[in-house]
Design a binder for this molecule. Structure first.
Ligand code: BES
Ligand code: ZN
Ligand code: ZN
Length: 482
């Protein structure tokens, strides 16, 4: 999609369809819309869409009046949804050149970026493997502001980079496991890195053995597909930074559960068990373009969790890279095993702050449904940094407890800890397990099992991969203060 910004009055915009936000309780008199409002057909309720053809007094062929909700509640997140819903609505009618008019009160950087993001994200469809459809997409999207002001062009560009990175992630998450293995992930990472000037290194089985990554290798051993630990490095060109941010992403390209096999019903969804790794790959792609001041390194442990004849069994005891022994009570709790070694490795590589993203537990879906990412932290300042970035990006996250007392649940009679903690508080005990490997490094764990995949389409977003938390991770790096 081609994105541009124009500075001119609404009436002069030449486009196939001009999106105009309409607020609840504010009567829209322009475009001959007063009559619609009087008839109760135009309320301004959030995401209500009304398409007008050749409205009087404007150059645009059509005006799409788009409900923006109550003015006092309007924010960039609402505009992002509005532009997404409008783009999807117009595209379905094969209207491909569209624009949105921002009023003077909302012609600021955050709103410009959000508008572009909404359109690009709304235009994404996970239809790569559909051959028989005439695929529709938006050709150009223009943000129209009443007058030029500094920073708006850069904001447009930032929004484009972020949304394209998020769609890149969504495309990867949607890849089926027969076409997307740990090796494919490594190839994709290598290509992305070389296109954008990042360093990329991939550790294979032998290197992992040398490093003593017994927890990661234990998960990998049930599959014919070899594991990969992908490391991608972004280094800022100028200035020495005291901090070094490490991003760790769960990359299980398919999770059958292993010997503790999952029920057949819904198992096809487990191709998205690499959404954490894919989100971090997307974030690195944007980071390479937006160039934050802090060095950022991604660590993506990738495996396929299969019940092959060499698979690990319940009761097996593995030794993690940190030296801790783990009794594998349930082979389906594999994410924490691969992350344990990746976290240890990241600390050894000099990361001073860590964030991991993982589709880790069904329990987080029980706790928070599909609305909030579950956020766990061993450090209040780090928690607040991530929460602030998430809030600014409209990616909802909720802080969960991570008290030491929960460690009780992970006791094993035969090893230092068990990989599962019993029936209750499953998302918390999973996080407490990871905490053992984050040590004293300030760290945040994001459980995205409920939010990385939308079971139902929204007016502004297709069904399937959401691309959460790409934008939060990028903003965290961009706004880093020592
Ligand atoms: N990948 C799953 C978690 C998951 C569940 C993601 C549902 C998305 C939707 C993870 O590896 C897993 O299987 N976790 C188990 C842990 C249990 C065995 C303690 C779970 O949540 O059931
Ligand atoms: Zn599992
Ligand atoms: Zn899993």
């Amino acid at each position: 999609m081609n994105t541009t910004i124009e500075f001119r009055p609404v009436e002069q915009v030449e486009t196939d369809a001009l999106i105009v936000p309409v607020f609840e309780g504010v009567k829209e008199e322009r475009f001959g819309a007063g009559e619609l409002a009087d008839a109760g057909e135009l309320t301004g309720k959030s995401l209500e869409l009304t398409l007008l053809h050749h409205p009087p007094g404007v150059a645009a062929k059509r005006v799409l009046l788009a409900g923006a909700g109550k003015p006092e509640k309007f924010d960039p997140a609402e505009l992002r949804r509005l532009c997404g819903a409008a783009a999807r609505h117009l595209r379905a009618k094969s209207i491909r050149k569209i624009a949105v008019a921002l009023d003077p009160a909302h012609a600021s950087e955050e709103y410009v970026a959000a508008a572009v993001e909404g359109a690009i994200l709304g235009d994404f469809e996970p239809d790569r493997y559909k051959t028989d459809e005439n695929k529709k997409s938006v050709e150009s999207f223009t943000v129209v502001a009443p007058e030029a002001s500094p920073g708006l062009e850069a904001a447009l560009e930032r929004g484009r980079v972020l949304a394209e990175a998020q769609n890149f992630t969504r495309g990867l998450v949607n890849e089926p496991a027969n076409r997307f293995t740990p090796s494919t992930m490594a190839g994709t990472a290598r290509q992305m890195a070389s296109e954008r000037g990042l360093e990329c290194e991939v550790l294979g089985r032998e290197e992992m053995e040398k490093l003593g990554m017994g927890a990661l290798l234990g998960v990998a051993q049930g599959s014919a597909e070899p594991p990969a630990l992908i490391v991608i490095r972004y280094k800022p060109t100028a200035g020495a930074s005291k901090s070094h941010l490490g991003l760790v992403g769960k990359g299980v390209t398919f999770d059958t559960g292993g010997i503790s096999i999952k029920p057949a019903d819904g198992m096809e969804k487990m191709k998205y068990d690499m959404a954490g790794a894919a989100a971090i790959l997307g974030a690195m792609r944007a980071i390479a373009e937006l160039k934050p001041a802090i060095p950022v390194t991604a660590f993506l442990p990738c495996v396929e969790n299969m019940p092959g004849s060499r698979a690990q069994r319940p009761g097996d005891i593995v030794t993690a890279m940190s030296g801790k022994t783990i009794e594998v009570i349930n082979t389906d709790a594999e994410g924490r095993l691969i992350l344990a070694d990746a976290l240890t490795y990241a600390r050894g590589q000099g990361c001073t702050h860590l964030v991991d993203a993982a589709t880790l537990t069904g329990a987080i879906v029980v706790a928070l449904a599909h609305l909030n990412v579950g956020l766990f932290a061993n450090d209040d300042a780090m928690r607040d940094r991530v929460l602030a970035a998430a809030r600014a990006e409209g990616e909802r996250m909720w802080a969960m407890p991570l008290e030491d007392d929960y460690k009780e649940y992970l006791k094993s009679a035969f090893a230092d800890l068990a990989n599962v903690g019993g029936r209750w508080g499953g998302a918390v005990t999973a996080a407490v397990f990871l905490k053992e490997f984050a040590g004293d490094t300030p760290w945040v764990h994001l459980d995205i099992a409920g939010t990385a995949w939308l079971d139902d389409a929204k007016p502004y977003l297709a069904k399937g991969p959401s691309g959460v938390p790409v934008r939060t991770l990028v903003r965290l790096a961009m706004e880093w203060k020592e």
